[in-house]
Design a protein around this ligand. Structure first.
Ligand code: ADP
Length: 258
């Protein structure tokens, strides 16, 4: 009986050990799978502009007799795809560094309203080209502790999306105000909107609600993933509300200083 009891005990211990080890391995396996997916998606994303560059380069070589005017179409595609790749590589580096916790934020006392005004000013030209009205309403003095460069990057990504996905003649409104102990930043557009089924995925890396359209607009599918990372690292929250064909509103809440 003693021997049998010992044997059962051993079996139970082995089974429990196996179960616990397996449970402990699950997060590692998930993170490994995520990493593999990321590398595969990134390679795929880089391959597309590379093939386009290669094709247009070959066309250029095939017609040495062409004038510069005739060649300029191919050259401008090569430049456009090179810019896309450079944006993509920049985004990939940011995310890879943030994954391995290599990116330290340089947090100081900043005024969010100034960063908003500054970013809106820089994007004004882009809006004008599409005859989009870009308005900012900011409360005076919205103090917080943050990384100025990253907050600029956040604003640029959100404004870039709002302008990119709003047809000509639309409106983009930006608001920045204090509410209790938080700073509330809102970017609202009268653009194409996002269908309900896509909304939960827009923060996923490389996710695009409309692949053809975003490629045409020069999107990388990394903007919102990076925006979310910046907001998370500032202890804030980011949410997207949208209605297809009506528009999108992005709301960011960040802790105020003091
Ligand atoms: P992208 O570089 O493709 O714009 P993002 O990560 O910034 O990538 O956004 C992910 C997807 O969410 C976009 O491809 C687009 O489909 C959708 N999206 C983001 N912002 C908006 C917006 N303001 N209006 C409509 N769709 C948007």
């Amino acid at each position: 009986i003693l021997l049998f009891g010992g044997f059962v005990g051993l079996l139970v211990a082995v089974a429990a050990g196996y179960y616990l080890a397996n449970r402990a391995l699950i997060p590692i396996r998930i993170s490994l799978e995520r990493q593999q997916q990321f590398v595969s998606d990134a390679s795929h994303e880089l391959r597309t502009p590379l093939s386009v560059i290669q094709a247009h380069g070959e066309l250029l070589l095939r017609h040495p007799d062409h004038t510069i005017e005739q060649d300029s179409k191919h050259i401008s595609v090569v430049l456009q795809e090179t810019r896309r790749m450079s944006k993509l590589v920049g985004g990939l580096l940011t995310l890879a560094r943030s994954d391995s916790n290599q990116l330290e934020l340089d947090k100081r006392a900043v005024q969010l309203d100034r960063i908003v005004q500054d970013s809106v000013g820089k994007m004004q030209m882009l809006a004008e080209v599409k005859e989009i009205i870009l308005n900012a309403e900011t409360e005076a003095s919205v103090p917080m502790t943050g990384d100025e460069e990253r907050l600029h990057q956040l604003l640029t990504a959100l404004l870039d999306n709002a302008i990119k996905y709003t047809p000509e003649g639309g409106v983009v409104r930006v608001g920045c105000r204090k509410l209790a102990h938080t700073a509330v930043l809102e970017i609202e557009d009268t653009g194409i909107g996002i269908a309900a089924e896509h909304l939960p995925h827009v923060f996923d890396r490389f996710y695009r609600a409309d692949k053809a359209r975003t490629r045409q607009e020069g999107g990388t599918g990394l903007g919102l993933a990076i925006a979310k990372w910046i907001v998370d690292r500032h202890g804030g929250k980011l949410r997207v509300e949208s209605k297809l064909g009506v528009g999108t509103r992005v709301v960011v809440t960040l802790p105020l200083s003091g």
